[in-house]
Design a protein around this ligand. Structure first.
Ligand SMILES: Nc1nc2c(ncn2[C@@H]2O[C@H](COP(=O)(O)OP(=O)(O)OP(=O)(O)O)[C@@H](O)[C@H]2O)c(=O)[nH]1
Ligand SMILES: [Mg+2]
Length: 338
């Protein structure tokens, strides 16, 4: 199950209580205080794990607790520390406190670790309170409670390139031909129900990550089709491939499709329509003599000043120049940053 937003409750371990105790030994009638301190409570850490791509674990484990610290004991024995809890989540997860917008942590790389709830400190035992003027202290501290937190975890996949377009235009076919991702492909709309990531390796540029998301239709921002909430998974991309089906039998108007998708992108976030975009006409293998639609998309690209490519994802035609252009833009963008 693909889950990209969850609420979790975390409770770190309580610290153990300090102990009140006096040394009892044969021949030592009034031994001094020897109550040890309580162990600290365990903390809860969130850790980004490369192998995960969903927050579904938390759907079934919304409440997570770390271990309590053990109480201190006589003979100056300190209580054992409570066990820490490590919760694994996918790279791209953003951590927020419930009912606050502030981001506590953004997991951008595998292995990153964030202490989300700190264990309570163990209380001091009576041995710690002894002083020359106070030789038989009877006081000890209680362990402190562990931190409690209600967090919202939101996954926004991290990819360099996002593929957007109407349903059935060949988005999943494209990612399956250029990467090792294997989403389901079929000749009906809304085949893809969850986003997929694929790594594209070319010899010419650095490898990059592509995200395939469900198709968009008119009114997606009103919840039509699968809605637009999946667009959060292309929010962090640097380039969008806007894929348009130019095969004759669809009866669709490519120019109108383009505008519709742009409107839905804008409804999600005005920043998305300002992202670097490459217009790609797909299914050119079905064109035959009817090149009208292809020309239309080409003119559209010219009028909008967008890079344009014509491909057949299925027949793997025209893919190389497209990948080269993506590599070129990514290098350009990264060069600018330095
Ligand atoms: N002839 C031809 N068919 C293609 C091409 N690319 C994709 N198709 C077919 O178009 C249909 C839809 O392809 P998908 O890759 O599932 O389309 P999608 O855009 O991912 O669709 P959704 O996930 O529903 O949004 C499948 O039957 C593909 O085989 C192409 O270049 N040429
Ligand atoms: Mg698909």
């Amino acid at each position: 199950m693909f889950i990209d937003q969850v609420k979790v409750f975390l409770r770190a371990g309580k610290g153990g209580n300090g102990c009140v105790s006096f040394r009892r030994e044969w021949g030592v009638p009034r031994g001094g205080p020897d109550g040890g301190r309580g162990g600290d409570g365990g903390s809860i850490y969130l850790v980004a794990d490369e192998g995960l791509n969903s927050l579904s674990y938390f759907r079934f484990h919304p409440i997570n607790k770390a271990g309590k610290g053990a109480h201190g004991q006589g003979n100056n024995r300190q209580g054992r520390k409570g066990n820490d809890l490590y919760l694994h989540l996918p790279v791209g997860t953003i951590v927020r406190e419930k009912e606050r917008d502030e981001i506590l942590f953004d997991f951008l790389k595998p292995g990153q670790k964030f202490q989300a709830a700190k264990g309570g400190k163990g209380g001091r035992g009576n041995a710690s309170f002894a002083s020359p003027t106070h030789q038989a202290p009877r006081e000890a501290e209680r362990g402190q409670p562990g931190e409690e937190r209600e967090l919202i975890l939101e996954l926004k996949l991290i990819a360099d390139v996002g593929i957007v377009g109407f349903p059935n235009v060949g988005k999943s076919t494209l990612i399956s031909k250029i990467s090792s991702a294997r989403p389901v492909i079929a000749d009906y709309p809304f085949t893809t129900l969850i986003p997929h990531l694929g790594v594209v390796d070319t010899n010419e540029s650095r490898s990059f990550v592509v995200a395939d998301i469900p198709g968009l239709i008119e009114g997606a921002h009103l919840g039509h089709g699968l809605g637009i909430s999946f667009l959060k998974h292309v929010e962090r991309t640097k380039i969008l491939i806007h894929l348009i089906d130019v095969s004759p039998h669809t009866g669709r108007d490519p120019g109108k499709d383009y505008e519709t998708v742009m409107k839905e992108l804008e409804a999600y976030s005005p920043q998305l329509i300002r992202r670097h975009q490459i217009l790609v006409a797909n299914k050119i293998d079905l064109l035959g003599e009817e090149k009208e639609r292809l020309k239309e998309v080409q003119n559209l690209a010219r009028s909008k000043g967008l890079p344009f490519f014509a491909i057949s994802a299925l027949k793997e035609k025209g893919l190389r120049p497209l990948l080269q252009e993506i590599g070129r833009i990514l290098e350009l963008l990264e060069g600018k940053k330095d």
